[in-house]
Design a protein around this ligand. Sequence first.
Ligand code: HEM
Ligand SMILES: *[C@@H]1O[C@H](CO)[C@@H](O)[C@H](O)[C@H]1NC(C)=O
Ligand SMILES: *[C@@H]1O[C@H](CO)[C@@H](O)[C@H](O)[C@H]1NC(C)=O
Ligand SMILES: *[C@@H]1O[C@H](CO)[C@@H](O)[C@H](O)[C@H]1NC(C)=O
Ligand SMILES: *[C@@H]1O[C@H](CO)[C@@H](O)[C@H](O)[C@H]1NC(C)=O
Length: 526
Amino acid sequence: MALLDSAIVAYNYFVSLSLTQQVSIIVFAPFIYNIVWQFLYSLRRDRAPLVFHWIPWFGSAIPFGMAPYKFFEDSRQKYGDVFAFMLLGRTMTVYLGPKGHEFVFNSKLNETNAEDAYKHLTTPVFGKGVIYDCPNHRLMEQKKFAKYALTRDAFKTYVPKIREEIISYFKNPEGFNMGEKNSGVANIMKTQPELTIFTASRSLLGDDMRKRFDASFAQLFSDLDKGFTPLNFVFTNLPLPNYRKRDNAQQKISATYKSLIEKRRATGDVDPNRDLIDSLMTYSTYKDGVKMTDQEIANLLIGILMGGQHTSAATSAWFLLHLGARPDLQDELFEEVSNILKEKGTSNLNDLSYEDLQNMTLTNNVIKETLRLHMPLHSIFRKVSKSLLVPNTNYTVPAGHYVLVSPGYTQTSDRFFPNASTFDPHRWDSNNLADKNADEGTVDYGFGAVSKGVSSPYLPFGGGRHRCIGEQFAYVQLGTILSAFVYNVKWSLKGEKVPANDFTSMVVLPEEPAEIIWEKRKTCTF
Ligand code: HEM
Ligand SMILES: *[C@@H]1O[C@H](CO)[C@@H](O)[C@H](O)[C@H]1NC(C)=O
Ligand SMILES: *[C@@H]1O[C@H](CO)[C@@H](O)[C@H](O)[C@H]1NC(C)=O
Ligand SMILES: *[C@@H]1O[C@H](CO)[C@@H](O)[C@H](O)[C@H]1NC(C)=O
Ligand SMILES: *[C@@H]1O[C@H](CO)[C@@H](O)[C@H](O)[C@H]1NC(C)=O
């Protein structure tokens, strides 16, 4: 009764106030509640320290969204490696550094899951029944199915196709127009996404699908892309044109894939070693006998292509920028390509094979160093489904909260990489941090062996059951792109320095304008 009495007293007090006072209370109450709540929360010994925020619900969205690594570092100095913050109504527990990599990437399936963290964003874009719109054991098998198209034998056939696409884009007036010009300026935020989609669809989806990239199909991809933004993370569905266009694009693109699948099946034109469509047509029956439907195969194709699109496009944009500031490295890379060709008794870039790419140490280390400095995904999330203890602490993370891991933070921290902010591919010449986990053996979650330990400071492709399956493909695609650039052109930055990170998109992109000035080398034959 005491509670009711106090409520009545409080109410009577409230109605006795002037209108201005009443409005002030209504406006400020959430803020005051928020501050009192945070104070009480900070007294709990069983909870990770919460980064203080003024605005309820919104929380630390601005500092995290604009400059996550700085936000993490500032928070670490106050609270240590483990802390939590509020992000748009979600409580995120962060564990920085290698121990945090282990905590999140190797967390148990019955404690955290990726589906509940990502599906609001991904299901409308990829479609139903695949990736995060199915139980985890299905995803593990889908990754296994996709890997049939990501073998060494497949890569050998992809390299010439990828290079053909690059050269034709170099020549094309819609691309670099090198057929007409000896030098020019390129906006790499336009060229690299295009080069990525053309090379990936030519190799993974085949000639037919590549040819579809006339104006209408390209527009659909652009519509789908615009539905894959941080805003879509927060609001799955809004009655806005870009949401309608996203849904329409998903339907049309998957219908196109589906009709190609049907056509190939009808004509018996299936060769499991040709491309990803054929691999999935051949290998898409789950262990329990359930077969993926054609619609699901089509949706999986969208998901896989999307997984490689922004990540690879951003990576090639970044290496072009860093190398634009380092003509010495361009020359060194040029020597690397020339020497390999010379040993083969040729000077024709078309003779550069998949095997040759494996021997191009500097080329691969440029990609590796680019991914260190600009890991495309700055934060990786899981939703907690059963309260779990944070190792080495007395904190528990309750069900309903999220955990966040950021290898990109570790990779750019001076504590783990000397002179971390310097782009220096030669730092990888001797010490090989990526192999650090090799000692701990491997584990198979259903899509092939991955390293069991995930406490390397360098994990641009993640780790554990959600680890990327596209790493080798990305290296093939990016290595072919990089060697084609260095063999045909020299370039420099149009701006004064390498642009800063823009963290506000789905992947970490260079701030615009991001342009290079290119000029043909003598070895350019067109
Ligand atoms: C530079 C290029 C790439 C980078 C840096 C990258 C990075 C990543 C990372 C960090 C994850 C783990 C996400 C998580 O744990 O939540 C991941 C997963 C994945 N990536 Fe990649 N990726 C790249 C290219 C590709 C390509 C080319 C493909 C497809 C051919 C691809 C397909 C996938 C798939 C299917 C997953 C699994 C998602 C899951 O199991 O939840 N990625 N990637
Ligand atoms: C969660 O899974 C792990 C193994 O993956 C197991 O050891 C543990 O007992 C499980 N916990 C619960 C509560 O089911
Ligand atoms: C390239 O690698 C192969 C093995 O993968 C090796 O036999 C060959 O000698 C290497 N060539 C160069 C130039 O390093
Ligand atoms: C956890 O709590 C116990 C008991 O209060 C204490 O002895 C221990 O030092 C704490 N551990 C950490 C990492 O704070
Ligand atoms: C870091 O950079 C400084 C100055 O550029 C240089 O003197 C030093 O040798 C570098 N250290 C390492 C470990 O690369």
